[in-house]
Unconditional design. Structure first.
Lengths: 261, 210
């Protein structure tokens, strides 16, 4: 393997396979470089291995074969797992806010375990709530008192708290209503424009992938089948990509027809 | 002479035996909490220990209490004094609800919450103390509550081996075929059980996660 190329790649998969204890392979022979500052979308159906890929990055899962390098260092041998995870923001569909913590304590989670001084944490929390478009009055509320959209914003703020260079997002907007989802997607774009994080974004929604991705990695049955920019993706001749795009176009046409009738 | 008259005439003895009863239950519950909750946590970390630990606690529970006192009699230091024997037996009986509720409480925590914490770099200890235990606390207290109520009732049997407590009146009443005397032991015991149930029930509600 050529090491020189890994300079501007933040995350690199080298021949990574992941198998369950029973032997079923969820991911096979993945080779993928994720560049610094890009938003790489992992697109695929449910059960295709997208989430598995994501969890291999922050070592919630350990590869059965091959290695993953984050900032040039192997997650299995060269990283302390706790340190690795603290420099990677993590946002999941179910949000996973701590129900017994206020919004403020939720957002402050990583700074707190990193032992930042109290005033710095407080300042950072205000800053982050503002960044994700939330009123700072919300800080003292509990997650159950928030709407789904607000909760997901808090989830994003929490992931950004310690200013990690990498952000993993697992269908973060999947459970939201379409209007809130569109709103959060727009805000994600402008946020990403400013922050330039390395983002790995999992979704099964092609519209979302085309909108947010710098590049789209199509995953099918545990294999990376295509890696394109959104433009290339739409014009690809690859039958698997074409199948995906066609399904999307049919969807659009159907809704068009219904709209016109 | 009715029950209330007897109680007021012998209030020092009633009070003494009630306190003794409380002491037996209190010490054994404290021990059971100190052993049972860590064991419950342990089997969430090492699932292989799950079956032997829960199975063991289950088997203890199936041993009839009088037989358990008998089995423990030859144990050195413990067998020397009746109260030690009673406390050990009560502790052993209380283990199952404590271990089981700690285990199911933690396992029942929202997986997304635990995974988010782990994914953000919380250590196992931080996850346990800041997330898993606080969220499972309601279920764990429910276990303490069940164990305490059972223990108050069970402690009456300790009098059979001379460990004292409110069972003294009950056994005396049985020997003298006096329902009144039985009630003198049974009424305060029932009151203690209800008190424990209500107060721990209140605590359980207060500590349950939002």
């Amino acid at each position: 393997m050529d090491d020189s190329g890994s300079h501007d790649s933040a995350i690199e998969f080298r021949n990574v396979s992941y198998r369950l204890d029973g032997g079923r392979e969820l991911l096979s022979q993945l080779n993928l470089q994720i560049l610094r500052g890009e938003t790489l979308v992992l697109l695929g159906r449910s059960g295709s291995g997208k989430t598995t890929t994501l969890k291999l990055i922050n070592h919630l899962l350990a590869p059965s074969e091959g290695e993953i390098r984050v900032e040039g260092r192997s997650t299995t041998t060269e990283w302390d797992v706790i340190r690795l995870r603290r420099m990677i923001g993590y946002v999941i569909q179910d949000v996973g806010l701590f129900p017994h913590f206020t919004v403020e304590r939720n957002v402050a989670l990583v700074p707190k375990i990193e032992k930042w001084p109290a005033e710095r944490i407080q300042r950072r929390v205000r800053e982050l709530l503002h960044l994700v478009g939330l009123d700072s009055q919300i800080a003292s509320r509990y997650p159950r008192e928030l709407s789904g959209g607000q909760r997901q914003r808090v989830g994003v703020a929490r992931a950004l708290a310690a200013d990690p260079p990498i952000l993993l997002m697992d269908e973060p907007f999947g459970a939201l209503d379409p209007i809130t989802r569109a709103e959060l997607q727009r805000e994600f774009l402008s946020l990403q424009n400013r922050l330039q994080k390395t983002v790995v974004f999992v979704t099964h929604d092609m519209r979302e992938a085309l909108l947010l991705g710098t590049r789209i990695a199509l995953i099918e049955a545990g294999r990376l089948v295509a890696l394109n920019t959104p433009e290339e993706f739409l014009n690809s001749k690859d039958p698997l990509v074409v199948a995906y795009v066609d399904a999307f176009r049919t969807d659009l046409k159907t809704s068009d027809k219904r709209g016109n009738s | 002479m009715n029950v209330w008259q007897f109680m007021s005439q012998n209030r020092t003895e009633v009070l003494e035996l009630t306190l003794e009863h409380l002491w037996l239950v209190g010490v054994s519950m404290a021990l059971a909490v100190l052993i049972g909750i860590p064991l419950g946590i342990l089997i969430t970390r090492w699932p292989k220990l799950n079956k032997p630990v829960l199975g063991g606690a289950n088997i203890i529970q199936t041993v009839p209490s009088l037989a358990l006192f008998g089995f423990l009699l030859p144990v050195p230091w413990i067998g020397e004094r009746a109260d030690r024997l009673a406390i050990l037996a009560l502790t052993l009986y209380a283990l199952l609800p404590l271990i089981r509720n700690t285990y199911t409480g933690i396992r029942g925590d929202d997986r997304a919450v635990v995974e988010a914490g782990r994914g953000m770099g919380m250590t196992d200890r931080q996850l346990l103390s800041q997330v898993e235990l606080p969220l499972a606390l309601g279920v764990i207290i429910a276990g303490v509550r069940v164990a305490t109520v059972i223990s108050v009732g069970l402690a009456t049997i300790a009098a059979a081996i001379g460990a004292g407590g409110l069972g003294e009146f009950i056994f005396r009443g049985l020997a003298m075929v006096s329902n009144q005397l039985i009630l003198v032991g049974a009424i305060p015991a029932a009151a203690l059980a209800m008190l424990a149930d209500v107060s721990l029930g209140w605590l359980e509600k207060r500590l349950a996660p939002h």
